[in-house]
Design a protein around this ligand. Sequence first.
Ligand SMILES: C[S@@+](CC[C@H](N)C(=O)[O-])C[C@H]1O[C@@H](n2cnc3c(N)ncnc32)[C@H](O)[C@@H]1O
Length: 211
Amino acid sequence: MPQRVRRRFREKARAFDDLYEDQRPLVRLLRPGLFRRRRLAADTVRAYGAPRVLDVGCGSGRIGEFALDTGASRYVGVDFSEPMIELAAARLERFGPRAELIVGDFLEAPLDGPFDVVLALGLFDYLAQPHLFSRRMFELCADGGCVVGSFPAWSLIKGPIRKLRYEWIGNCPIFNYTRRELQLMFGASGFDRVQVLSPGRSGFLLRAYRA
Ligand SMILES: C[S@@+](CC[C@H](N)C(=O)[O-])C[C@H]1O[C@@H](n2cnc3c(N)ncnc32)[C@H](O)[C@@H]1O
């Protein structure tokens, strides 16, 4: 299963990265979540001052760039798509040793924590065993730290379109979440406070805090 996700993001790295630049009104209308989640990440980093940030499924470094510009003292991005990491390396080069990038599966990659802010944006969409990821995020999260995540929800219009696009046409599994599932999963992983925000009809943003 992760192989299909990995293949997708090896093939589509550039196309995904370009979404952030796409000024076409229709694209921006269909992708409000992309910008909302980046804003939440930057706001959270700013609230911590100069946090150590782990970005799980960092992609092409678009959110990493914001986190570093906003003041992260250390940024580690991990992603199992090599082309994504190459794009991220070019984008984050100007930050020097504050930015580290690791190619690998998050569940297996050697990661030297703890981190004050753990980002998981656009990641849980593709995870067949999400509880393993929330558990490892808890282990890597510092006391007083938090996870910032985004999660798709089933919606009558976007739900079937995403299934068709990703699973049937793109051969890439895709998963949805409910507010209750998120609270249970992050609570069971050890987080003390789970704040689920639902800014749009088709997904949730979450902040889960470790006391
Ligand atoms: C939709 S992209 C989001 C990228 C970035 N977080 C953003 O919001 O711009 C999802 C990324 O998660 C990565 N990914 C998915 N499962 C992963 C895993 N198990 N370990 C590491 N990276 C993973 C993919 O390769 C892809 O680059």
